[in-house]
Design a protein around this ligand. Structure first.
Ligand SMILES: [Zn+2]
Length: 134
């Protein structure tokens, strides 16, 4: 059954003064459209604004590209799976695969591969070759 509106009826509308969705009374109809409403809270008469279609709708900005997201997921998984101890990074330290490295600048990383005197560490942004005492 279609809703029939008439002047004097109550209707929920967005109030331009109160900046809220409030009870309004219809003041004037324009054919089947509600032309003017009166706010029951502040008493102002203004155009009817459908409360279900907010004017403040914002489009979301994408922060990350797909590539970055994939890498972050790998890092998340690596951190979650890392069973090694968490150590502060320093060039003289000896690391093992699976250790969590805490770097001053790059943050947390996971040791992926060990080479003589260096290792591959997967940081959140990318993998880096780091010097070690191995
Ligand atoms: Zn109002």
């Amino acid at each position: 059954m279609p809703e029939q509106h008439a002047a004097g009826d109550n209707i929920a509308s967005y109030c331009t003064k109160c900046k809220l969705n409030l009870d309004h009374a219809i003041v004037a109809m324009l054919g089947e459209t509600i032309a003017k409403v009166k706010c029951k809270t502040c008493g102002s008469v203004h155009k009817y604004k459908d409360p279900s279609s907010p004017t403040t709708a914002r489009t979301r900005t994408k922060k990350e590209s797909a590539g970055t997201t994939a890498k972050t997921t790998n890092w998340d998984a690596a951190i979650a799976e890392a069973k090694g101890k968490e150590v502060a990074y320093n060039m003289a330290a000896k690391f093992q695969v699976g250790d969590i490295v805490n770097h001053d600048k790059f943050g947390k990383g996971v040791v992926m591969k060990i080479y003589p005197n260096k290792c591959d560490v997967l940081f959140q942004d990318r993998e880096r070759l780091m010097a070690t005492g191995n």
